[in-house]
Design a protein around this ligand. Structure first.
Ligand code: GLA
Ligand code: ZN
Length: 673
């Protein structure tokens, strides 16, 4: 696999650095570099919000301070991830070009303020961005320190201005061709909402249309496409000057779902993301589990390592409760990201800002300016260990035989569909419940979307995949036919890509041939309400009454309302097996379902170690040049011992072990011998 960062093919350790806030403090800028070296920092993300420092007035550029910073870093062996500054704009720009300001769903244009709030269509914004991006590329693209471009910052949000409305109409025209086709796909005869002229089309708004769910879906797809279009505009500005420097954009994992990150990520050379779990606010093992699901998703997008672009050195300042990471947790959380495929540990922020919104967000160098702090020491230790692991780990893969399908578009539509459970369908919660089994067992998992290649897996889980789009039926059918195990849950295969419900009893569109059943009724369960399934387990959220075709009952409900109705249907199809679970099983039921499915199909999954993991410990593995690298993480505060399945070398101490001691919030990185 080609290196993510060919100019500096090593694990990156560093983070966001804002010398633009300290231009009048030469002493601090020099001290920063000394401290970076002491902390083992080898890469900094520079210039993310530096537009007004680089272009204080229209067309007057001040690059000298940045020249000096980059040269100083380079002389000290520190590389640069150089940002385009489009994530926040100068006052003068908004004043002269009001079209750059974003418009809300109510049609009101914002005042100047905040960040991440430009109109991605505005020709003025695009032009000013093109100018500054090109200048940055011309000035620094061939500087030996610059190893990648950091395009903008955390793309997100939407604009409803008239320019964007026009773009939306063109997007719809291109997609549907005729209004007849659009009206049919959107089912607009309902409540007499039929469109008779393209100019009647507008984005969804609480002041206007919210009842056509296909409009909502298409709008969110359009917002993703517009964001990508803007991002590609920036990418082409820098790549037309220096085509060989890879580009990244920092995404936000599974939880920020307003954009389809799979689509966005495929346009980047490197996927990177900003990870801010709330450690020590609840069960850290569960927090780690949910975070690891995001790491795995980020890795799966391009099927290659990703970069952990931001995490906090200790505490954030925006969570409801800002707790510091307890001793050990910082390095543990970073190693967990690496265990799931990160080739970096980067932070927000390297030096804490003195004023404004993020002055209390922790940093490697705090307001005290000293290296004599707990946080600085923890970061430095992490830097040392990452450097020691770099040769073995950088560029290694995270092979997975299991996939849990996640479709951001399915999330969008599940949030809208109105019934059968407006109290929430908890799509993310269900993904996490399924992921739990693998996280506890040390089995690697991919998180593909419906457009990903699915044929190489042995087990695919499709939790509540309500919407079937992009030919997913054919992929899943082929997967099972050729020997795969598929497990799907309630609501899977209910509607098509414009939210038109499939009609008919057993149909191929719904994959009834593969599941061996079709759904007659879907009923909602209350919060905290479960329906038992026999012989073992229970479901929550929904339960379905299904009718068998070729399938057999593997478990059933015994209930006065549904009678003895199938709760799990098993269907042999081709060389494989499909399971339809008629509800959302809880984690205990999931563990049994997966174990049964694996046993019944004679399938055993490769694990990080073939030995049970202690409670609170997770494991995963990476592979490079035939070497298996095992990562064990203890997310509890107490010392524990993990048994191994043979001899391993500890990559940090060199010791050969057949069991490993994990301190509270400790970890081990081992190579199988
Ligand atoms: C995000 C942003 C950073 C900073 C951090 C704070 O990830 O990209 O600029 O605001 O959050 O946690
Ligand atoms: Zn706009």
């Amino acid at each position: 696999m080609a290196a993510l960062t060919p100019k500096f093919p090593h694990m990156l350790h560093g983070g966001d650095y804002n010398p633009d806030q300290w231009r009048d403090r030469q002493d601090i800028l020099e001290e920063d570099v000394r401290l970076f070296k002491a902390a083992g920092i080898n890469t900094v993300s520079l210039g993310i919000f530096a537009w007004s420092a680089i272009e204080p007035e229209k067309d007057r550029f001040e690059f000298e301070w940045l020249d000096e910073v980059i040269d100083r870093l380079w002389k000290n062996g520190i590389y640069v991830d150089l940002a385009t500054p489009s994530g926040a704009r100068p006052q003068w720009l908004a004043q002269e070009y009001p079209s750059v300001l974003r418009t809300g769903a109510d049609g009101r244009r914002a005042f100047f303020g905040h960040r991440h709030n430009h109109c991605y269509t505005s020709p003025d914004y695009r032009e000013r961005v093109r100018i500054i991006d090109t200048k940055l590329a011309q000035r620094y693209g061939s500087h030996p320190a610059v190893i990648m471009w950091h395009i903008s910052n955390e793309f997100g949000g939407e604009c409803h201005c008239e320019l964007c409305q026009e773009e939306f109409r063109s997007w719809l025209k291109k997609k549907y061709g005729t209004l007849d086709r659009l009206n049919h796909a959107w089912w607009t005869g309902f409540w007499s909402h039929t469109y008779t002229d393209w100019s009647q089309l507008r984005s969804p708004s609480w002041l206007g249309e919210t009842s056509i769910h296909a409009l909502d879906l298409d709008w969110q797809r359009f917002v993703t496409d517009r964001t990508i279009d803007f991002m590609k505009w920036e990418i082409s500005a820098v790549k037309s000057v220096c085509p060989d420097i890879p580009v990244t954009a920092n995404l936000m994992g599974l939880y920020c779902c307003e954009l389809d990150y799979y689509k966005l990520g495929r346009e980047l050379d490197i996927v990177s993301w900003d990870s801010y779990p709330a450690w020590h606010s609840g069960d850290d093992f569960i927090t780690a589990r949910n975070e690891s699901l995001s790491h795995d998703m980020m890795r799966t997008i391009k099927d290659q390592p990703f970069l952990l672009m931001e995490c906090t050195p200790s505490t954030t300042n925006w969570q409801p409760l800002s707790r510091h990471k307890r001793p050990g947790m910082h390095e543990l959380s970073v190693m967990n990201a690496i265990a799931h495929g990160s080739d970096s540990a980067m932070y927000f922020q390297l030096r804490q800002s003195r004023g404004s919104a993020e002055k209390f967000h922790s940093a490697v160098i705090s307001h005290t300016g000293t290296a004599d702090t707990r946080i600085f020491r923890e970061v430095s230790r992490t830097g040392r260990d990452i450097a020691a692991l770099s040769d073995a780990v950088y560029g290694s893969t995270v092979p997975a035989q299991t996939a849990i399908i996640f479709d951001p578009e399915n999330k969008w539509i599940l949030d809208k569909i109105q019934g059968p459970r407006n109290a929430g369908l908890d799509y993310f919660g269900q993904l996490q419940d399924w992921y739990d089994y693998f996280f506890r067992s040390g089995i690697n998992v991919d998180i593909p979307d419906p457009e990903s290649e699915l044929s190489g897996y042995r087990l695919i889980i499709a939790p509540m995949l309500y919407m079937f789009r992009s030919g997913i039926q054919d992929k899943l059918r082929e997967f099972v036919r050729s020997g795969g195990i598929l497990i799907a849950t309630a609501l899977t295969g209910t509607a098509d890509s414009t939210d038109l419900c499939f009609t008919g009893e057993a149909t191929e569109e719904k994959l009834s041939d593969v599941f061996g059943c079709w759904t007659e009724e879907t009923d909602a369960l209350d919060d905290g309400e479960y329906k038992d399934i026999f012989p073992d387990g229970r479901v929550k959220l929904l339960w379905e009454r299904v009718r068998l075709t070729s399938g057999e009952t593997a478990a059933e409900f015994h209930d006065p309302f549904f009678g003895d109705s199938p709760a799990v249907v098993k269907n042999r199809f081709g060389k494989g097996t499909a399971y339809r679970v008629c509800g959302a099983p809880d984690t205990a039921a999931i563990h049994k379902l997966i174990e049964n499915a694996l046993t019944e199909n004679g399938c055993s999954m490769e694990r990080a170690v073939n030995a049970p993991l202690p409670d609170g410990v997770s494991a995963s593995y990476r592979v490079k040049d035939g070497r298996k690298l095992v990562f064990l993480q203890n997310f509890t505060p107490s010392l524990t011992e993990a048994r191994l399945d043979g001899d391993y070398r500890d990559l940090l101490t060199g010791a050969v072990l057949s069991c490993t001691e994990l301190p509270g919030y400790g970890f081990s990185v081992l190579e199988k011998l």
